[in-house]
Design a protein around this ligand. Sequence first.
Ligand code: HEM
Ligand code: HEM
Length: 176
Amino acid sequence: MTPEKYPVSMRLMHWLMAICLLGMIASGWYMSGLDGDAPNKYDLYPWHKSFGVLLLGLILLRIIIRLKSTLPEIQNTIPGNEQMLAKVAHFLLYALMLLVPLSGFIMSDIGGRDIYFFGIPLPDLLDTNKPISGFFHTIHSYIGYVLLSVVVLHIAGAMKHRFMDSPENDVLKKMM
Ligand code: HEM
Ligand code: HEM
């Protein structure tokens, strides 16, 4: 039988990662905007990297859970074009949740920077190459903000179905 809600594991992952991801975008934006000689410039970097590596692990686990789960159906009262938009947005969110931390990891590792996971040093996997690190820095910055834009669209969609549609189109109750 098709469940009415997402499985508990997916709901927990969804809300836990949503909070962490928004914190990561805010911390990344704040710390990279500080002047190079600001005394607190590098205070947040180890936390940003540690939570980033944690999120990289969590998104891999989340994709596995997603592939093994039976999901609730999309309400067929929702117009086809909106169903399609939601599917595209969800696919993009998964792709970006994977690519943003991966690009951050590659940028730091290939840039010759140490990466600690909450104090534990991680192995240096890639040979240092500054120009390639610069390329991944650009990728990391841009797609971090693309992720934020898709999240804003995603929240707007959830709010529209909850407050502007008929009650049977409410998708939020499946994720609560
Ligand atoms: C989902 C996880 C992550 C998100 C959402 C995220 C997001 C961001 C954002 C939005 C910025 C600001 C970019 C800018 O304005 O230039 C940033 C900067 C940065 N991120 Fe991440 N990041 C994540 C994971 C990681 C990981 C795993 C690492 C490395 C292990 C990392 C290393 C960095 C560094 C070093 C900066 C500062 C770059 C600079 O000083 O210009 N990030 N991140
Ligand atoms: C960083 C923030 C967020 C990310 C990355 C994110 C990501 C996702 C993803 C990937 C799905 C698809 C689940 C699947 O079918 O596999 C989803 C579903 C959902 N999300 Fe989010 N989400 C975020 C924040 C939010 C917020 C703040 C809300 C509510 C205001 C929300 C409401 C929902 C709802 C209602 C669904 C179910 C949609 C449906 O079944 O049609 N999300 N989210």
